[in-house]
Ligand binder design. Sequence first.
Ligand SMILES: NC(=O)c1ccc[n+]([C@@H]2O[C@H](COP(=O)([O-])OP(=O)(O)OC[C@H]3O[C@@H](n4cnc5c(N)ncnc54)[C@H](O)[C@@H]3O)[C@@H](O)[C@H]2O)c1
Length: 292
Amino acid sequence: MLDVSAILLTDKTAVVTGGGQGLGEAIALNLAAFGANVAVLDIDEGSARRTAERVRETGRRSLAVRADVSLREDVDAALERTRRELGEIDVLVNNAGDLTDPRPALTITDERFDYFLRSNLRSVWLCSTDVARRWIELGRPGAIVNLATTEAIRGCPNWSAYSAAKAGIINLTKTLSSEWGPHGIRVNAIAPDYTPSPGTEFSGRRLNDADPGSLVFRDRPAAGQESLAGVAPFIPLRRYGSPDDTAGLAIFLASEMSAWITGQTIVVDGGSLACARVEGPLPLPMFLDLDD
Ligand SMILES: NC(=O)c1ccc[n+]([C@@H]2O[C@H](COP(=O)([O-])OP(=O)(O)OC[C@H]3O[C@@H](n4cnc5c(N)ncnc54)[C@H](O)[C@@H]3O)[C@@H](O)[C@H]2O)c1
């Protein structure tokens, strides 16, 4: 029988890339709530510091490191510093990615395409190979959790380069799990659907400015109203995602509770990918923001 403690990460060392805001921040805080000490890596030092401070407020140890995780030298230095200051790494969450520049494929330059591959896919490769090399040398098990997206599974106008990079993550997750499974290293991915965050707020505004008719973000709700009826036609559970929805799965995949799960990409999408069209009652009162 399972012990309740199998979900806990007590005294584990976790690394969250892009942990300065949005989903990464929620993942870092929830890892801490479940017992882990957390290194927050972000290209934006100020936001990494803010998250690290919030982790410390939970009573866990934390470290903020400025790093561009698409660069090998930044990755190696940041992970080495994490080991020195927080101990050997047990969990890596490859969350950093750039979703802030959606645009039609024919307006993406070749250089920009390469940038999307670097920031969204190469970053996962660099961090994963760094920790796995070390784990295999030391004979330690470990868990890697990658952030893909539902757009890596279906097509979505304006997101070609980003989605292609994220689709690469899904295959990398399978292949690395196959190679590293014999060493006790599990590699899984999470594919969230639209989850309001500072990044989506920014990209939504950009898209609306460039293409007011865009189906993706047309009539986007104001912050705090994301659970209202505007999303009803697309999502059976009738609200957008919250960062905690993704964080919950990240905790599960990082913990012993998922000890025999590897190579998987699990969607966190309120049922949207499973569904052609939602018919039925409007959002239940429990999903409404009662402040509105
Ligand atoms: N929010 C969503 O709807 C959604 C849906 C599916 C997948 N995702 C994925 O979840 C992850 C987080 O998304 P979010 O919405 O919180 O984004 P966000 O833009 O709000 O936050 C991303 C964070 O990553 C950091 N970052 C970006 N590039 C970096 C780099 N090269 N090195 C280090 N840090 C870097 C940013 O500074 C920022 O703090 C991304 O990988 C994104 O693709 C998000």
